[in-house]
Design a protein around this ligand. Structure first.
Ligand SMILES: Cc1cc2nc3c(=O)[nH]c(=O)nc-3n(C[C@H](O)[C@H](O)[C@H](O)COP(=O)(O)OP(=O)(O)OC[C@H]3O[C@@H](n4cnc5c(N)ncnc54)[C@H](O)[C@@H]3O)c2cc1C
Length: 400
């Protein structure tokens, strides 16, 4: 026997993109079902550094690029949500730092100093006097310049919980890449089949949205759906758990167009801090084995922050891919991405920070297609399916 469940939109993938979209769709009156393979946020989202960028790191060549402009509004959009006044209510999410900072290892080139003081970046970058600096940069051995950026850093698991909790009843655990789950007739998705031992359920929707991150590729290939090509840009991230008491949220910039090192600080369950290290260290370390990458990170931290003693720290590293629509030369895409084929949308936010922009685009697309809220979803028919949990932070998984 097969029960039929109808809904307006099926969202496949419960990272930040799918969860944010699910929330916006509900607010707009749509009924939805979100299907997540493992744990909520457990892909790239939980491994992100949680920086809500305003684009400054894309302007290190001294000019505002397309990428810098595309993302400029995002900190304000997220701040409104954190105050409970935005598109989604993130008032229960935790802010780790009201600002991300940027420091230069040595004196900056005068072109960049002039640019950072210019009208073009007013409100985005502010140079700090010594007494305004966060504790970790008050040591007399610090010789560079420190800027506060109009960017904030969030505790990502708490963001994931805030997005998921209100809609818990409509979020289920299911790997949609299993054979036969997506029923695609060569033109459009006709339904999602869930075969149980005694009962089977079929979900039918007006629209299906793929927000499965790196999993989008397998979903497209496995079901035969045509869709955009994906690229993976790998990172080799490093984590260090230590007793140094002052958190750092900052990019260290050198002479290149990318930060040498990006540090965010995250409280672990045992009360210690974990510094999460990305930036150029992670981009260029993808050819290195774990041990070599940790050694490189240790040397870099000692060089850039010589006054910091991390003592008996625990170090670890891991590889993770950023999944995005394919660009020429594997470049970083500037914007959130969406492509429609018949009744299916394939999406990548390309940045955690751009999730609001991606949801805007999906809602606009639904309107254009004349897809309006219609269904009253009977969730009781899906009662046999488990609900996925929110993923543990990556440092709790690796330093357990
Ligand atoms: C190390 C790192 C640091 C980053 N730092 C930042 C940052 O500081 N700021 C920022 O703005 N961006 C950052 N990013 C980018 C950001 O993390 C991603 O753009 C964003 O999290 C992507 O979200 P997503 O929901 O598309 O994908 P994901 O978070 O990967 O979620 C996809 C979900 O789909 C599920 N899924 C996969 N296959 C299936 C299937 N077959 N069926 C059902 N579900 C499926 C997965 O289990 C997963 O939960 C960072 C990325 C990385 C890798």
């Amino acid at each position: 026997m097969t029960d039929l469940v109808t809904t307006d939109v099926v969202v496949i993938g419960g990272g930040v993109a799918g969860l944010w979209l699910n929330y916006r769709l509900h607010r707009a009156g749509y009924s939805t079902i979100l299907l997540e393979k493992d744990s909520l946020g457990g892909g790239q989202t939980i491994r992100s550094q949680g920086i809500i960028h305003g684009g400054t790191k894309y302007a290190l060549n001294g000019a505002l690029t397309t990428a810098a402009n595309a993302i400029a509004d995002m900190p304000a959009r997220w701040r409104a949500c954190l105050e409970g006044q935005g598109d989604v209510d993130l008032s229960s999410a935790r802010i780790l730092s009201e600002h991300h900072f940027m420091w230069s290892k040595a004196q900056l080139a005068s072109k960049l100093t002039t640019f950072f003081a210019s009208k073009a970046v007013r409100g985005r970058i502010e140079s700090l006097k010594e007494n305004e600096r966060p504790e970790a940069f008050r040591d007399r051995r610090f010789k560079g310049t420190l800027y506060a950026l109009n960017e904030l850093v969030l505790d990502v698991p708490s963001v994931v919980s805030a997005l998921a909790e209100p809609f818990h009843d409509g979020i289920y655990q299911l790997d949609c890449s299993q054979p036969g789950v997506i029923d695609f007739d060569g033109e459009r998705i006709r339904g999602i089949n869930i075969n149980g031992k005694r009962r089977s359920v079929r979900i039918e929707a007006q629209c299906y949205v793929l927000t499965a991150g790196e999993g989008n590729e397998a979903l497209l290939h496995g079901s035969g759906l045509p869709g955009p090509a994906m690229q993976r840009r790998p990172l080799h991230m490093v984590m260090v758990k230590h007793d140094y008491p002052h958190p750092i949220f900052a990019h260290c910039i050198g002479t290149g167009s990318k930060p040498l090192l990006t540090i965010t600080s995250h409280p672990a369950e045992d009360g210690k801090f974990v510094w999460y290290l990305g930036g150029n260290l992670a981009e260029t370390g993808v050819e290195l084995a774990g041990k070599e990458q940790v050694q490189k990170a240790q040397e870099l931290v000692a060089e850039l922050l010589p006054w910091v003693d991390l003592g008996q720290a625990q170090w670890a590293s891991f590889f993770i891919n950023r999944a995005e629509p394919r660009q020429s030369n594997l470049l970083r895409p500037d914007n959130a991405f969406l492509a429609r084929t018949a009744n299916t949308l394939v999406c990548w936010p390309t940045k955690l920070a751009l999730s609001p922009a991606l949801s805007d685009e999906v809602l606009e697309d639904l309107q254009k297609q004349g897809i309006t809220p219609k269904a009253h979803t009977d969730y009781s028919l899906l009662a046999g399916l488990p609900h996925p949990k929110v993923s543990l932070p990556v440092w709790e998984q690796m330093f357990s």
